[in-house]
Write a protein of this length. Structure first.
Length: 116
């Protein structure tokens, strides 16, 4: 299992970023995908999750209405569109899949910094 994450960086408050996570090594279209984040000194937290077919999503309360998770199964990629970013969104963001047997696989993480 391998992930390649991209799209992070530095953005001003109120700005937008789109994270991408390209997956390989498993049947992407068969599994739900998630984005997590971890800020300095804090535990890793679930940001958003999307079902295998993309028909259902859920979000952390802190990002509802601002972030949108989506996926393109033909491209084996999951996205996180982040709008109206706040300094509290600053964190390392990770994509994750849980395969059969409850085995979790994580991306390498990508830094998002929201600052003026």
């Amino acid at each position: 299992v391998r992930f390649v994450e991209s799209g992070g960086g530095l953005v001003q408050p109120g700005g937008s970023l789109r994270l991408s996570c390209a997956a390989s090594g498993f049947t992407f279209s068969s599994y739900a995908m998630s984005w997590y984040r971890q800020a300095p000194g804090k535990e890793r937290e679930l940001v958003a999750r999307i079902t295998s077919g993309g028909g259902s999503t859920n979000y952390a309360d802190s990002v509802k209405g601002r972030f949108t998770i989506s996926r393109d199964n033909a491209k084996r990629t999951v996205y996180l569109q982040m709008d109206s970013l706040k300094p509290d969104d600053t964190a390392v963001y990770y994509c994750k899949v849980q395969l059969q047997g409850a085995q979790n696989y994580w991306g390498q993480g990508i830094q998002v910094t929201v600052s003026s």
